[in-house]
Design a protein around this ligand. Structure first.
Ligand SMILES: Cc1cc2nc3c(=O)[nH]c(=O)nc-3n(C[C@H](O)[C@H](O)[C@H](O)COP(=O)(O)OP(=O)(O)OC[C@H]3O[C@@H](n4cnc5c(N)ncnc54)[C@H](O)[C@@H]3O)c2cc1C
Length: 347
């Protein structure tokens, strides 16, 4: 089986942008590995999970761009997920996908298996008076509303992060002065081997928007601790956060959230703005006019356009301020052929 076009993509018209050595070797490695999924067939697993070959990922991610998953696996339940991973060739790369709200899926697609947790994992329930048990596929809205209904304060910030528990735990998602490491007790992960393991928060070695979750591990559940609170006050805080969001971020756009991590002592959006990148456009990708640390797909952007735009912003910021911006958005998969829509310039 082959993926569409696996030629490494170099947007040569964007001065200064070249895939790094690591990216280039990742591309080559992926091409080799992508034939290592011999036992899979599209259809249902014995336990009722769904396996799809060459599944388009663009509809499943916020940017609405990018290629296919070599295999997309939507487990029916935990036992299905464990059995699937146990039986899958150990050489097969496995990647979890949440709501794709922090992800660029490259146009050449993702080799191996992409795991997307469904309904069985979209749960949140009270454990005790300040603690919630959540499934790895539960949304921030579900978690924060369940906390409110049970009089648990401190999880309101999750209301505004459009992702799943798995993505929050992996990314140490945060907003308005709180982040996951402040509220996570522990999480359950299914390892690449199929083994189920509980990891206490300390084992994730959290730093800003980063965890040391084992490679290929799928977060299937997490326990969060808040504090006693009044549902009405919790709701008021959720409303305040939602309004602040609405005013400052392009929430109705095809975007990937904050593009770059805030460098020590700086705000990424300010550096991007100072470098003159507000509204900068490459193909169908644009630096948001509303929030300069957001990139948006204005309609027909390829993932190559979006990534090239991010690299161009990094180049300009480095030139202007000497700061190296680090990507926060996860860029996954392989490059495809060069886009014929490459243009650089402010709108
Ligand atoms: C409009 C907008 C606003 C945003 N605001 C914020 C913000 O304020 N704060 C913030 O922190 N982020 C923000 N983000 C980014 C994003 O919502 C978070 O990073 C979120 O945690 C991603 O969750 P997800 O489930 O969509 O993960 P995805 O984007 O699907 O994946 C992100 C990473 O998590 C991994 N992952 C996903 N699910 C699992 C799982 N079950 N097990 C293991 N790994 C998994 C993926 O492999 C990938 O590496 C924003 C995004 C958008 C579009």
């Amino acid at each position: 089986m082959t993926l569409p076009d696996q030629t490494p993509f170099v947007p040569s018209e964007v001065e200064g942008y070249r895939p790094s050595e690591a990216e280039a070797s990742n591309v080559a490695g992926s091409r080799l590995r992508s034939n290592l999924v011999p036992r899979l067939r599209s259809g249902r697993t014995d336990r009722g999970g769904k396996v799809t070959e060459l599944a388009p990922l663009a509809p499943l991610v916020w940017f609405k761009s990018g290629g296919t998953a070599e295999w997309l696996f939507e487990p029916k339940d935990m036992a299905d997920l464990q059995a699937f991973l146990r039986e899958c060739d150990p050489a097969t790369p496995v990647m979890a996908l949440g709501l794709g709200s922090n992800m660029i899926v490259r146009d050449g697609g993702v080799p191996g298996v992409v795991v997307r947790l469904g309904k069985a994992f979209a749960t949140a329930r009270r454990r005790d008076e300040t603690t919630l048990d959540c499934g790895g596929g539960a949304s921030g809205i579900l978690v924060s509303s369940t906390a409110r209904d049970n009089g648990i304060a401190g999880l309101e910030f999750l209301r505004s992060i459009p992702g799943t528990v798995g993505g929050f735990v992996r990314m140490n998602g945060g907003a308005y002065g709180s982040e996951v490491r402040d509220v996570l007790i522990d999480c359950d992960v299914v390892l690449r081997s199929g083994e189920l393991l509980t990891l206490p928060v300390a084992d994730l070695h959290y730093t800003y928007r980063h965890s040391e979750l084992p490679e290929g591990a799928i977060v299937v559940a997490a326990r969060f601790r808040g504090r006693l609170g009044e549902p009405a006050a919790i709701q008021a805080e959720m409303d305040r956060i939602s309004e602040a969001r609405e005013a400052s971020q392009p929430l109705r756009s095809k975007t990937g959230g904050s593009t770059f991590k805030n460098p020590e002592g700086h705000k990424a959006w300010q550096l991007v703005d100072q470098a003159g990148c507000r509204g900068l456009q490459i193909g169908g990708a644009q630096v948001s006019e509303k929030h300069t640390n957001f990139l948006i797909n204005t309609g027909d952007a390829t993932s190559a356009d979006i990534e090239a735009l991010g690299e161009e912003v990094r180049r300009r910021v480095k030139e202007m301020s000497g700061v190296d911006l680090e990507w926060e958005i996860q860029r996954v998969g392989m490059f495809a052929g060069a886009s014929n829509k490459m243009r650089v310039g402010n709108k």
